[in-house]
Design a protein around this ligand. Structure first.
Ligand SMILES: *Cc1c(COP(=O)(O)O)cnc(C)c1O
Length: 391
């Protein structure tokens, strides 16, 4: 069957096709960078108008007691089902980098006497930078390890392992159940960075007994540029979770203005300063798009889109033109990474032709295939444009 007919057939069977209308995308653009900045759901613009006019403008400071103060927790409860988390364990605040700091330092404090922090060797850079700083501040030693080599590294010395669920460069997905069990068998804690897996596949943090997790909301969750990140702390660890950014917003009685810090009960102690309300409420609107969406459908479509995109690239490009870095089996997220020596110039040309992916130095073309708004026809168009650019 030809590729056009195949794309049409796959799109006709797509249970998520109706969601495309929820998003604002310029006509003629194929957007394959939702793994860096998700597209805006239509409802966000209207909501922000109302928030600015009615809440900020109309109610002024009264809005803090009319829903703003509780927003970090309320929006966390909206994300919880996407993480496989029961209520009361997710708060939305600060950036992923800041939450990595809180989670990692808090995890070290949960493991007194254990001198090592282990970080995933393929980690997104900010996690590694933050881990270095946490190690210095807490007097621990930082080790880097490939997640496949954890058994050789883990032991009584390990306090915590910081792991990326999906490798941001290659798109490889790690086995959360196996890694978590391995870390726990060594008596250590695990912090998962879910930036490239939240909104991609069903997660099961509670069922897998994950200790802590963080993740972005502006990638596959479409919360908007710089939307605040989430922090998950498993309920039974919360009482002992002592995160070092002891700002007033995480205080048990924030408005008592007491001289000493007493952390809030529960997940609220993950907060630090004044919540970024406009971004939080934009995210809250964006998350409504997920109501009634089955993550199993999202996963199935993401695998189908990535499979189909690789099939199109393989068929349309002369053999050996690009190297597919993303695993071909199901151990992958919803991005396809292709290696090409001229990747930077190739991506610039694709973007000039309204096929928007991204470039990761030195030679990687990344294409994120967000199942809520990308179709198989889009994937085919992108592969044809790539073949044109390289031809
Ligand atoms: C995108 C991403 C981040 C970004 O962190 P920010 O603090 O939002 O800049 C962190 N970790 C991973 C794995 C990412 O993919």
């Amino acid at each position: 069957m030809d590729l056009t007919a195949r794309a049409a057939e796959l799109d006709a069977e797509d249970p998520l096709a109706r969601l495309r209308a929820e998003f604002d995308l310029p006509p003629g653009t194929v957007y394959l960078d939702g793994n860096s900045l998700g597209a805006p759901p239509r409802r966000v613009a209207d909501r922000m108008q109302r928030v600015v006019r009615e809440q900020w403008g109309g109610r002024l400071i009264r809005s803090w007691s009319e829903g703003w103060w509780e927003a970090p927790r309320r929006v966390g409860e909206r994300i919880a089902p996407l993480l496989g988390a029961a209520p009361g364990q997710v708060v939305v605040a600060d950036s992923t980098s800041v939450n990595v700091f809180k989670a990692l330092a808090g995890a070290v404090r949960l493991a007194p006497g254990r001198p090592e922090i282990v970080v995933d060797a393929a980690t997104f850079p900010t996690d590694g930078y933050i881990a270095t700083s946490v190690a210095e501040l807490t007097g621990r030693v930082l080790r880097t390890a490939d997640l496949d080599d954890l058994p050789a590294v883990l032991g009584e010395r390990t306090a915590v392992v910081l792991a990326n669920h999906v490798d941001y460069r290659t798109g490889r997905l790690h086995d959360m159940a196996a890694v978590t069990a391995r870390v726990h068998a060594a008596g250590a804690r695990v912090v998962w960075d879910l930036c490239h897996s939240v909104g991609v596949l069903p997660l099961a943090l509670d069922a897998l007994d994950v200790d802590l997790a963080v993740g972005c909301t502006y990638k596959f969750l479409n919360g908007g540029p710089g939307a605040p990140a989430f922090l998950y702390v498993r309920r039974d660890l919360q009482e002992a979770f002592d995160q070092p950014l002891s700002g007033w917003s995480g205080h048990r009685e924030p408005f008592a203005m007491a001289p000493d810090y007493v952390p809030a009960d529960g997940i609220e102690r993950g907060r630090c300063g004044t919540p970024d309300i406009l971004s939080l409420l934009a995210l809250e609107a964006a998350l409504e798009v997920w109501d009634g969406v089955d993550l199993a459908d999202v996963r199935a479509k993401g695998l189908s889109l990535t499979d189909f995109f690789v099939a199109c690239v393989t068929e349309l490009l002369p053999p050996g033109t690009v190297e597919v870095l993303t695993p071909r089996d199901e151990r992958r997220g919803h991005q396809v990474s292709l290696r090409h020596p001229g990747a930077e110039a190739v991506m610039a040309e694709l973007i000039a032709r309204e096929v928007i992916g991204d470039f990761r130095a030195p030679d990687v073309l990344r294409f994120g295939l967000a199942p809520l708004y990308v179709s198989h026809a889009d994937a085919l168009h992108a592969a044809r444009t790539l073949a044109d650019v390289l031809g």
